[in-house]
Design a binder for this molecule. Structure first.
Ligand SMILES: [Zn+2]
Length: 394
């Protein structure tokens, strides 16, 4: 765990500096891009962001307010004091320099870098409490009663139903009631909301004149086609959403089909923290479970109340078992740092990442070589299991 020379006198570890830079970027980006924000709230958010940046840089590298406003539009790493390794923040922009739009992944990245910072256990920091409260609320509801079958049922339900109409949610285990709420106004257009076909959560709505853009807040889902346009013709009928591009369908990463349109008043959804910390990472876990089970492979989700994510068993004369942790992350740097800070022992475990991170697998193998993890992409793992089971993967 490093500490930058500039921050020595405050002894703020580098992991915290990167997390604080992301927090400041998040605050500032909202203030600079949210048209509906009141001017006093805007000034307040910018001042708080500036205060955070001054604190993380320390007096040796203080900035003027104008300089801070310029830096906020550059890569997040620009806010760090000299000597603090950026660990991926050099490529992350809070505000897209081409379109001027706010990066919708900032919360997720802030969460991933926050988990790394939390591992050094130095400063208790209130945003973590807030984040942990929401995460733990869901976990506590999944675990209630300590029954493994009920745990799987509840957790799978939330992953497969991030939102739905009240009629659809009637099947919901009643313990989960508290996780669902109304769709907020900024995800509603003309009484309607639009669910991403991949995660089934209401997509973001961005009107620009009569042309309305609707897209999932998850980058991977957008890359797989969950971005649509429609022309508001002023008539009172359900709009026809057109996908902005066609994407190849892949086995564990299907292309987005049509958006699901509902009357917003009839829809309930989980909150953003639950969507980010349970639904998004859970989608690849359940996809692997479903695809392998459908080929006759024995798969258990979250065995022993979530000791790890999946246990895969291929029976036979020499039975084989795979114990799998699935890590669907945005930042591979943050993942490596988190496992490193945690001193996570991966002996006997497979660490599985989505196929889109295949080019990062050599880096993960190298950096985690002493921890015992066996690193695979989801498709590599599935192919390996199917070969052992004697069934085709494709
Ligand atoms: Zn989605």
């Amino acid at each position: 765990m490093g500490t930058s020379p500039s921050a020595d006198r405050f002894a703020i570890p580098d992991d915290h500096l990167r997390f604080m830079a992301l927090q400041a970027s998040l605050l500032a980006a909202d203030a600079l891009t949210e048209p509906a924000m009141r001017s006093d709230s805007r000034a307040n958010a910018l001042t708080r962001a500036y205060g955070l940046v001054m604190a993380l840089r320390g007096p040796a590298h203080s900035l003027g307010f104008a300089e801070f406003r310029t830096l906020v539009r550059g890569p997040v790493a620009g806010l760090l004091p000299p000597g603090c390794p950026p660990e991926g923040l050099e490529a992350i922009y809070a505000i897209n320099p081409k379109t001027g739009e706010r990066n919708v992944e900032l919360e997720a990245l802030e969460g991933e870098f926050g988990e790394v910072a939390r591992e050094c256990g130095v400063l208790p920091y209130w945003p973590w409490l807030r984040q942990e409260l929401t995460e733990h609320k869901a976990y506590a509801l999944f675990r209630k009663g300590g029954n493994q079958a009920a745990y799987i049922l509840r957790r799978s339900f939330v992953i497969r139903n991030a939102a739905g109409t009240q009629a659809m949610l009637q099947m919901m285990p009643k313990e989960l009631n508290d996780l669902y709420g109304r769709v907020p106004e900024d995800r509603v257009y003309d009484r309607r909301c639009f669910l991403c076909p991949l995660c089934r959560w209401p997509m973001q709505v961005l009107p620009n004149g009569p042309i309305v853009t609707v897209s999932c807040a998850n980058r991977d889902h957008r890359d797989r086609g969950a971005r649509y346009l429609f022309d508001d013709d002023g008539l009172d009928r359900a709009p026809r959403l057109v996908r902005t591009r066609d994407v190849r369908d892949r086995l564990l990463a299907p292309a987005a089909s049509d958006a699901i349109v509902h009357e917003a008043a009839r829809v309930l959804m989980v909150d953003p923290a639950c969507w980010r910390s349970h639904v998004i990472p859970g989608l690849l876990e359940t996809a692997l479970h479903d695809e392998l089970s459908s080929r006759g492979v024995q798969v258990e989700l979250w065995p022993e109340m979530d000791r790890y994510d999946l246990r895969v068993i291929v029976a036979g004369r020499q039975p084989r078992v795979w114990k799998i942790d699935v890590k669907d992350v945005l930042s591979v740097d943050a993942l490596i740092n988190r496992l490193d800070r945690k001193n996570a022992d991966g002996t006997g475990l497979h660490l599985v990442v989505p196929d889109r991170l295949s080019s990062d697998v050599p880096l993960l193998r190298r950096r985690l070589s002493s921890t015992g993890w066996k690193v695979r992409t989801a498709s590599q793992l599935a192919r390996e299991v199917c070969r052992a089971q004697g069934v085709p993967w494709r």
